[in-house]
Design a protein. Structure first.
Length: 372
């Protein structure tokens, strides 16, 4: 690669360095450098050309699959070194893989050269694929991590600019900032039905108790047996890298009624396990705490099998909230306590837009039994 050297006569007349090496169109954050003589400018241009010469880096020929694999390994190292949280690591990996699965000009993006992608192609082709069945907030999150992947591409010598900069995210408005999207009951049932038996019970339990993922992973048999499978004693949760700890807030400690159907299944599982008095209710295959990374693939696989848009495990908690609000319209105190929210304000801000005008009046356990 040869970089042009040009002279600015106006600068020469003013007695300033007039010979220019302009790298703005060649490298990320490039700039104009001025020299007094043409020889000095050429020497500098030669050094710059050597640094950005495609032949000097094998990464210049990387496909998007190669970039993704390299970036995923880079993100994993960031996590192993304690620089980022596990959730951040998993999100970066997921968004990178999501992006390279798209198609460009009817060909898989994964097989195309990283250096050839333009901002216009992202705007006109890739963004249309990303926004399908996604809220604008989700697309913004994906694009944020895609920009980081392109920054890594620049650092690796894949390309000299970031084509994702300035590309505006598109998507549906969803329910708005801080508001949960109300799950469709038949869709939830359909997704759960396409899970393996082990994951079906885990999902049914989450959908009928509203436990957070960390609370469910930390649940012990004693938390059910001591209440004769009529209630779930929520008193702990798995904290990031710290093992078993406190619930998200002090209000997270609560007792949640079990629906008769799920209570029966849990008791059958307990008996099949040899009536344990200790140990985890939902352990991994090795008997340890179930990894949080197992939940999203499990529910996504079920969504794909059911032929519906992908949802998160946390949407099962939203489903539980929708059923509570259906049973207790206007009874924010009951809903807040069963959800384990810190205040009624939290509950109303997240779920207030779901309320309808139907009034119901009965005991909590009876209501839970009817709606599930």
């Amino acid at each position: 690669m040869e970089i042009d050297v040009s002279q600015y006569p106006s600068r020469a007349k003013a007695g300033k360095a007039s010979w220019c090496v302009d790298t703005r169109a060649l490298v990320h954050k490039g700039k104009q450098e001025f020299f007094k003589t043409k020889a000095e400018a050429k020497v500098y241009a030669k050094h710059v050309a050597a640094e950005i010469n495609p032949a000097s880096s094998q990464a210049w020929d990387w496909t998007f699959k190669q970039l993704c694999d390299n970036y995923v390994a880079h993100v994993q190292k960031e996590y192993d070194d304690g620089e980022i949280k596990r959730s951040n690591m998993l999100e970066k990996k997921r968004h990178a893989r999501c992006f390279v699965k798209l198609t460009l000009d009817n060909h898989k993006l994964s097989s195309q050269k990283v250096r050839d992608l333009t901002a216009g192609q992202i705007k006109l082709q890739l963004m249309n694929q990303l926004k399908k069945d996604r809220t604008i907030k989700t697309v913004k999150n994906i694009m944020g991590n895609v920009r980081l992947m392109f920054d890594h591409a620049i650092d690796s010598g894949c390309r000299n600019s970031n084509p994702a900069l300035g590309v505006k995210a598109k998507g549906s408005k969803g329910a708005g900032k801080g508001l949960a999207v109300k799950p469709n009951p038949s869709m939830i049932a359909n997704v759960i039905s396409h899970m393996t038996p082990v994951w079906q019970l885990r999902a049914e339990f989450a959908a009928t108790t509203g436990l957070r993922q960390g609370e469910q992973r930390a649940l012990l048999w004693a938390d059910l047996v001591d209440h004769d499978f009529k209630k779930v004693d929520v008193n702990k949760a798995i904290e990031h890298r710290a093992g078993v700890g406190n619930t998200k807030t002090p209000a997270g400690k609560r007792k949640v009624p079990l629906s008769p159907d799920v209570a029966k299944k849990m008791k059958e599982l307990w008996m099949a396990e040899g009536r344990p008095t200790k140990g985890l209710v939902f352990p991994s295959r090795t008997g340890h705490v179930l990894s949080d990374s197992r939940f999203l693939p499990a529910i996504h696989a079920a969504c794909d099998a059911a032929g519906v848009a992908r949802i998160r495990w946390h949407d099962l908690r939203h489903y539980y909230a929708s059923k509570l609000l259906q049973a207790f319209p206007g009874d924010w105190w009951t809903v807040t306590n069963l959800m384990g929210h810190e205040s009624i304000k939290t509950t109303t801000e997240i779920y207030g837009h779901w309320l309808d005008d139907d009034a119901r009046d009965a005991e909590v356990a009876d209501k839970i039994s009817k709606i599930f």
